[in-house]
Structure formats: structure tokens, C-alpha cells
Ligand binder design. Structure first.
Ligand code: PMP
Length: 354
């Protein structure tokens, strides 16, 4: 830390993104990216847009908002694009929390939530998941703060159903409830259909996972107009041009090519179910994932050892050192070939051969 670094940030612990090593070719199963390439239509439109980078992008993202709203069956004024969903989540912390309105979230969930709270100087309250990592919805009733729930949750891979989500929203009439749906397209129910019923619901989604656009950084907030207007106030006060021209065009291309997205999600779900079965045969204990990753431990191998042995053998997975989940690893679903290789190495590790 330099002697000039503001005191208000001196205790900040930054978010640690998954490794992106360039020194060696790894099978990357550590950051929940999509193993299938970006839509060709998206690449084509992004290339066209890149010919005119001398101009600022449209700060209102009119075409992109229109296309995404149409896809979801909501009004353009009920959506707002962001630079990855991380940005819209941060905007939500800024817009809907303050020293009297803490953020409220689970002890095991997306690791960025406490970091947003810290950088935005917002107090937060952590609620423990049950021992089996399920969430007791009644813990969130009348939360007395802004609720953040990843649904499905990461890294546990478990989801609440829409009825449970609605109960949480209904029991928080005076609190904003943010449902982070980064992984919703892999088998969970979206809460988007509730945005017109509840003025306290914000849903966030991303193009990083199901839509193969992690490198372009595109996310969305979906909510009633008044919440979106608040988020726009924050955006226009921080970064009006938050979506660059190529990303905007790629987003439109991906939405035009929605059959491709659906086909890839289907393939990932099939590969996930097959991988779950294979892992169970090897003695792994797993949560019943509805995401593009598996959360697993083995009774005879520590989480860290499994992670390190995988890495030595060319496969990157994600290990978390925090106490309750240090026995576990999070394994992104890759192509069938990548997962065959993963199972082959997992078998060798569990049989003590490597
Ligand atoms: N929410 C959750 C639960 C995530 O795991 C991630 C990915 N790290 C994000 C949000 C943010 O993703 P992105 O900024 O790429 O949209």
C-alpha cells in the first residue's frame, strides 16, 4: 500500500478472480466459463462495431435494451445493461444499501458480495446456510436490509424454486431483494416474471455463462421502472458509457442467435448429469447441481490435495479455503471430451495412482 492510499480502503480485501494462467495449456474448469465459442453472429456484429471505435457507444444502450427486453417479455424501461453482472450488483449495493440499510446475504455465496459491501462502506449481515448448504427462506423474512441471493447459488450449485423466492420477496415489502441469476439458464426458475408484481425485486443476469460472452463483459438488471431509474442514476454518475460498442453489438448478435445459446445449455446440462454419475461412482459427494458447475468433495482426499493434483495433471478447478467448504472443489462443466479427461484423472487420484 502506498502512503497515499485512502484510509477508507486500507482494510479492503479485494475479490480474488479464478486463475487465468498463460504459462501452460490447462483444461480450464475453474471460472464457470462456457466451453463453447461465442455465437458467430455476435462475433460478426462485434467486428462491424469495432470499425467505429472513434465514436462513443450509445449510453442509453437503446438497441440492446430493446432486444433483451423483447427476449424476456418485459419493457425496455425495465432492463439495464451493465459491464458484467458484477457492475449491476455493485450498483445495487450503491443504490439500495447505506449505513442504516445493511446488505444481507448467506455465509456461503458469491464471494464478491462482502467486497462490494466493503468498498461501498456498507455494513453487512451474514446468514448461515444449513449444514447441507440449503437456504432456510424464513431466515430472510423481514430482513431489515437489502437481501442478496444468488439463485442458483455459487459455489453450492443449489437453487430455490420460484415459490420460495416469491415468499422471500413477499416477506420483505420494505426491503429490496436482489436475485442474482448468473446461472439460471442451466436448470433453475427465473424470477423475472415477478418484476411487475413486486416493486422491491431486482433480478440480475449475465451473458458470461450461458451465452459464451465472459470476455465481453455484459450483464443486466431487470426490475420495475423505478428501481431501474435508481440504478441508471448510479450508472450516469459513475460511467455513462459502461457498455462498449463491440460488446453491445455482440449482445444483440447473441440474442438473435438464441437457438445456439439454448443448444449449448442443453449440451452442458447433459454433460453435467453424466459427470455427476461418474463422480458418484468414484465416491464423491456432490450437491444436486442445477448450474454449469459441480460442487463436490471426496471423503478420503482433502479439497486442497484434489485441487493441487488436478492442477499438476493439467486441469484447473476452483478450491476455496474458507472453513465450511475447504473440503470441496467447484468444477466447471466443460465439453464432453474435457470432462472425460477430468474423470480419468479423478479416477487415478481416487485410486491413489497419482
Ligand atoms: N454472480 C455470481 C453468482 C457469479 O458467480 C458471477 C461470476 N463470477 C457473477 C455474478 C458475475 O459474473 P459477470 O460479472 O461475469 O457477469
Amino acid at each position: 500500500m502506498s502512503r497515499f492510499f485512502s484510509e477508507k480502503y486500507s482494510a479492503l480485501t479485494p475479490y480474488v478472480p479464478g486463475e487465468q494462467p498463460k504459462n501452460k495449456e490447462y483444461i480450464k474448469l475453474n471460472t464457470n466459463e462456457n466451453p463453447y465459442p461465442t455465437s458467430k453472429r455476435a462475433v460478426e456484429l462485434a467486428g462491424e462495431a469495432a470499425k467505429h471505435l472513434e465514436l462513443y457507444p450509445d449510453p442509453d444502450c437503446a438497441l440492446l435494451h430493446g432486444a433483451f427486453a423483447e427476449r424476456l417479455g418485459v419493457k425496455p424501461s425495465e432492463v439495464m445493461a451493465s459491464n458484467g453482472s458484477d457492475e449491476i450488483l455493485n450498483f445495487a449495493f450503491m443504490a439500495f444499501c447505506d449505513k442504516n440499510t445493511p446488505a444481507v446475504f448467506a455465509d456461503i455465496t458469491y464471494g464478491f458480495y462482502p467486497v462490494f459491501a466493503q468498498i461501498d462502506q456498507i455494513p453487512y449481515r451474514v446468514i448461515k446456510l444449513r449444514d447441507d448448504f440449503t437456504l432456510d427462506i424464513s431466515d430472510y423474512f423481514n430482513a431489515d436490509g437489502t437481501v442478496f441471493i444468488a439463485n442458483p447459488n455459487a459455489p453450492t450449485a443449489l437453487a430455490l424454486n420460484l415459490g420460495q423466492i416469491e415468499e422471500i420477496i413477499r416477506h420483505n415489502p420494505d426491503n429490496v431483494v436482489v436475485i442474482d441469476e448468473a446461472y439460471v439458464d442451466f436448470g433453475a426458475q427465473s424470477a423475472v416474471s415477478l418484476i411487475n408484481k413486486y416493486d422491491n425485486l431486482l433480478v440480475t443476469q449475465t451473458f458470461s455463462k450461458s451465452r459464451s460472452m465472459a470476455g465481453a463483459r455484459l450483464g443486466f438488471g431487470i426490475a420495475c421502472e423505478s428501481l431501474i431509474r435508481d440504478l441508471l442514476t448510479v450508472k450516469y454518475s459513475t460511467n455513462p458509457y459502461n457498455i462498449n460498442s463491440s460488446t453491445m453489438a455482440a449482445g444483440i448478435g447473441t440474442l438473435e442467435d438464441s437457438a445456439y445459446t439454448e443448444e449449448n445449455c442443453k449440451k452442458i446440462i447433459e454433460t453435467r448429469e453424466k459427470t455427476k454419475l461418474e463422480m458418484k461412482k468414484l465416491g464423491f459427494e456432490l450437491t444436486d447441481s442445477v448450474t454449469n458447475f459441480i460442487f463436490a468433495r471426496h471423503p478420503e482426499i482433502s479439497g486442497e490435495e484434489f485441487y493441487l493434483k488436478m492442477k499438476e495433471n493439467g486441469i484447473l478447478i476452483r478450491h476455496f479455503s474458507s472453513e465450511r467448504i475447504s473440503d470441496y472443489n467447484r468444477i466447471t462443466i466443460g465439453t464432453p471430451e474435457q470432462m472425460d479427461k477430468f474423470i480419468e484423472i479423478a479416477r487415478a487420484i481416487t485410486e491413489g495412482k497419482i
